[in-house]
Ligand binder design. Structure first.
Ligand code: 13P
Length: 286
């Protein structure tokens, strides 16, 4: 069953853990995530970026997610990550996604509020959760590229105003996190996170989960992060496993054998993230 993202995040905030949101670009990635969630009795969010949604087709994503959720007997939230337009968000909502992010962080605060409000109106009319972003998260996420000069940390007052005026359910913040692989170990601005947490009761989302040291993730969760996005770690794990399997047998034509190696590697990486977030065994609490 596909469930809205909001109740998963509300339960996480209350329970002192975070829910992992993992990006998918293939059937194998989706199955690995849902199967691991079922094995670990962990709540989970399956996400596609706008580029991944275009590549896979939103209706196919929804049909596959529904079927896999049913097969493994575990509820999941299906989320559009970094929706790049109102049209993309509404296409995913119509197809059956249960959550959408509209990323207007490149716009002025005024424009970001206005466009996010439109997405909230369309989504909330049919019970779909909405995530917005304020501040600009550095790094590369599919076709979204933000360099150091453009990146900016989330301002606490702007975040409060943004959350209040848009009516979003979850807020993505920039507190020293970045998409992709960190050049050096990141240091999250925990004081800024605490200030945002005290100023609003909205669920807070941490993007750029790959490479943030476990202690910082755990501290961020205790300070109120309810969702953490992980993409590059799973992609790299999958690709490395495929490279390894093909290097061992370069002439193989057994797609299933190679994919099985990739799937097992991804499942271990996803479980490791769920352990860090403290979400294992929490799915019955939703
Ligand atoms: P990473 O690729 O750094 O894990 O970030 C994922 C993300 O934040 C997707 O929105």
């Amino acid at each position: 069953m596909l469930v809205p993202m909001k109740p998963l995040l509300d339960a996480a905030l209350k329970g002192g853990y975070a829910v992992g949101s993992f990006n998918v670009a293939s059937y194998e990635m989706m199955e690995s995530i849902i199967r691991t969630a079922a094995d670990c009795e962990s709540p989970v969010i399956v996400s596609t970026s706008s580029a991944e949604a275009r590549y896979l087709d939103p209706e196919v994503v929804v049909a596959a997610a529904r079927a896999l959720s049913h097969k493994y007997g575990t509820p999941i939230a299906l989320h559009l990550d970094h929706g790049d337009s109102f049209e993309m968000a509404t296409q995913c909502i119509r197809s059956g996604y249960t959550s959408v992010m509209y990323d207007g962080s490149h716009l002025s605060l005024h424009e970001n509020i206005a466009l996010t409000q439109q997405v909230v109106a369309a989504a909330h009319a049919v019970g779909v959760t909405v995530e917005g972003e304020i501040g600009r998260i550095q790094g590369v996420e599919d076709d979204l590229i933000v360099d150091e000069r453009e990146a900016s940390m989330t301002d606490v007052n702007e975040a409060t105003r943004f959350a209040h005026e848009t009516g979003i359910d979850a807020l993505a913040v920039a507190i020293g996190n970045a998409h992709g692989f960190y050049k050096s170990e990141p240091t999250l601005d925990m004081a800024r996170l605490s200030a945002i947490r005290s100023a609003t009761d909205i669920s807070i989302v941490l993007h750029g989960g790959t490479g943030i040291p476990a202690e910082q993730i755990k501290q961020a969760v205790t300070l109120g992060i309810a969702k953490i996005n992980v993409a590059s770690k799973i992609r790299r794990t999958f690709m490395n496993a495929l490279h390894g399997a093909l290097a061992e047998d370069p002439n193989t034509t057994e797609v299933r054998d190679v994919m099985t190696v990739g799937r097992e590697a991804m499942m271990a990486a996803i479980k490791e993230s769920m352990e860090m977030l403290g979400s294992i065994g929490k799915s019955s609490k939703v």
